[in-house]
Design a protein. Structure first.
Length: 277
C-alpha cells in the first residue's frame, strides 16, 4: 500500500473471514488494521473505527473481548471497508489513549476541565493531542487506504465510529472535519467525569451545513449508568439545534446493558444498517 506506512502491509489470518481479508501495517506508531471485502469498488463505504485493538483480535483487546466486527459486516447487504486504528500505551504516558481521544480544543478553552479529568482518571500529566490524532486519520491514514483500494472518498459514505471516549472523539472528529465524515456512530458516549458543560461546548462545534448524521446511545449498568441524564441532555441539545429524530439523529437507551465489547457487538448490526440505509 502507500509509502507513508512503515514497512509493508501484512495479510492477517482470522478464522471468521469469508470472502474478505484483513491487512495490517504501522504508521506513526499506530497499528492500522483494514478489513477489505473481496468485492470493492469506488463507491464502497468506509467505516473508520477507534480502539482498533478491540475490533478483531482477542489477544490484543483490552478486556479479552472484541466487537466481533467481522461477522457483523459480513452479514450487511453492503459490506464496507473497515479501518481500525490503535496505539499501544507508551511507558512515559500510560494512558495515551485518553490524550489522543480528548476533544482538544474544548478542554484548551477551559483548562480546568482537563485538569479535573486528569485527576479523576489518574492519567498523570500531559497535554491533549486530539487534533493531531484526527489530522492523521483524515489526511494520512484514510486517504492512503482509499488510494490503494481505489475508493472514492465521499462524506456520505464515510462514518467515524467508537465507544466511550471513542464515541466522544467521533463527535469531535466530525466537528473538525465536517466535509470528511457524514455520519458519527458514538456508542456509550463518555460524557461522565467531565464538567457537564462539555456537552454544549463540544456539540456547538458541529457544522450545520453540512450536518453529520449522529447515532448516540447508552446502557443502564455499570459505567453506562453514569451517563443517565448526560446522554439525554446531549440528545436534547442536538434536537434543539436542528437535528431531526430519524434520519439525522438516533439517540437510544438500552436497558440492562453495560459498558463492554459484547454489548456493542450486539448493537452494531442495527447501527450499521442505519448508517448504510
Amino acid at each position: 500500500m502507500s509509502e507513508i506506512f512503515e514497512g509493508s502491509w501484512i495479510q492477517s489470518e482470522n478464522p471468521d473471514l469469508v470472502d474478505a481479508k484483513i491487512v495490517t501495517s504501522v504508521f506513526n506508531n499506530h497499528r492500522v488494521d483494514v478489513y477489505v471485502p473481496d468485492e470493492v469498488n469506488a463507491q464502497t463505504p468506509v467505516l473508520v473505527m477507534h480502539d482498533g485493538k478491540n475490533l478483531f483480535w482477542p489477544e490484543f483487546s483490552t478486556m479479552g473481548n472484541t466487537w466481533g466486527v467481522i461477522p457483523v459486516v459480513q452479514d450487511l447487504p453492503i459490506r464496507p471497508v473497515v479501518i481500525g486504528v490503535w496505539i499501544k500505551d507508551e511507558p512515559e504516558i500510560p494512558m495515551i489513549r485518553l490524550f489522543e481521544l480528548t476533544p482538544q480544543q474544548v478542554v484548551e478553552a477551559d483548562p480546568s476541565v482537563w485538569t479535573e479529568m486528569l485527576a479523576v482518571s489518574n492519567a498523570g500529566q500531559g497535554a491533549p493531542i486530539g487534533d493531531e490524532y484526527h489530522r492523521m486519520l483524515t489526511q494520512d491514514i484514510v486517504p492512503a487506504v482509499a488510494a490503494e483500494l481505489g475508493l472514492q472518498l465521499d462524506r456520505e459514505r464515510t462514518a467515524l465510529c467508537g465507544s466511550s471516549m471513542g464515541g466522544l472523539t467521533s463527535l469531535y472528529g466530525a466537528a473538525l472535519y465536517p466535509d470528511f465524515y457524514g455520519t458519527v456512530l458514538a456508542l456509550s458516549t463518555h460524557w461522565a467525569y467531565w464538567d457537564r458543560k462539555i456537552i454544549s461546548d463540544l456539540l456547538s462545534m458541529l457544522s450545520h451545513n453540512p450536518r453529520a448524521r449522529i447515532w448516540t446511545d447508552r446502557g443502564t449498568e455499570e459505567l453506562d449508568a453514569m451517563y443517565e441524564g448526560l446522554h439525554e441532555e446531549a440528545a436534547d441539545y442536538l434536537r434543539a439545534n436542528g437535528w431531526q429524530d430519524g434520519r439525522e439523529l438516533q439517540a437510544h437507551v438500552f436497558p440492562g446493558t453495560n459498558h463492554s465489547e459484547p454489548v456493542w457487538h450486539d448493537r452494531l448490526p442495527q447501527i450499521l444498517n442505519w448508517w448504510l440505509s
